[in-house]
Design a protein around this ligand. Structure first.
Ligand code: PGA
Length: 244
């Protein structure tokens, strides 16, 4: 379960409390691992201390260049240095700011090079009856993983996040998600062959304590990408408990 905190909370103190609450909730839940993805300023502090096999950390974004004059940016290597093991790539909120498939691809390749596991977020903005959205979707998937050597696939995670479902309380029916998982694997069979089937797919978009379990059971996903519910300690604990 990936907890995408976005630009919350406001202070390091609140961030530490949230991580502690998440760890406490996890003590009662077997078989679930959480990746906490806080604002990058909190990463070093929240990730230090005693190692917890159930909790690891990720960055919400990092630049694809290793070093250079890129004011305001942070590199993959720098994120790794402050405790990240994962990095979100191509979240729709970044794509909305202009991030292209080409850039997400460069980030995927850079993340792998820096020893981070990229979580490539893909998803259609909306759906049309003729299914034309599927083409743009396929491009996000295919171009996002271009130039990735087959032996690196084990470090890749894909998150299916239909943009129309983000930020609310109603996730799509699990069978809709299941179809997209099949489609993602089908798209990736072309460049990668059967190895494509081993890439884990997560679901994200309005996952809450009610929908989490059924999405795992019936949506054929191997995990969840949770936004606003993950910054509400009580609700997130309930969500984790539901996966027991
Ligand atoms: P949400 O966000 O759970 O608030 O819908 C998910 C995401 O944007 O990753």
């Amino acid at each position: 379960v990936v907890a995408n905190w976005k630009m919350y909370p406001q202070t390091l103190r609140a961030a530490k409390e949230l991580v502690s609450a998440t760890k406490r909730a996890l003590t009662k839940v077997a078989g679930v691992k959480v990746v906490v993805v806080p604002p990058s300023t909190f990463l070093r502090e929240v990730s230090k201390g005693v190692k917890n096999a159930k909790v690891s950390y990720g960055a919400q974004h990092a630049h694809f260049e290793r070093v250079g004059a890129f004011t305001g940016e942070v590199s993959m290597q720098q994120m790794r240095d402050v405790g990240a093991a994962y990095v979100l790539v191509g979240h729709s909120e970044r794509r909305a700011m202009g991030e292209s498939n080409e850039e997400t691809n460069k980030q995927v390749v850079a993340a792998l090079g820096a020893g981070l596991k990229p979580i490539l977020c893909v998803g259609e903005w909306d759906r049309d009856e003729d299914g034309e959205y599927l083409e743009g979707f396929a491009r996000q998937v295919r171009e996002g993983l271009a130039n990735v050597p087959k032996n690196k696939l084990k470090n890749i995670i894909i998150a299916y996040e239909p943009v129309w479902a983000i930020g609310g309380e109603k996730a799509p029916e699990p069978h809709v998600v299941h179809e997209m998982v099949l489609y993602i694997h089908k798209i990736l069979m072309e460049p990668f062959g059967k190895a494509a089937l081993t890439i884990p797919v997560l679901y994200g978009g309005s996952v809450n304590e009610e929908s989490a379990r059924v999405m795992i059971d019936e949506g054929a996903v191997q995990g969840l990408l949770v936004g606003h519910v993950s910054i509400d300690a009580k609700r997130f604990a309930a969500l984790l408990k539901s996966l027991k």
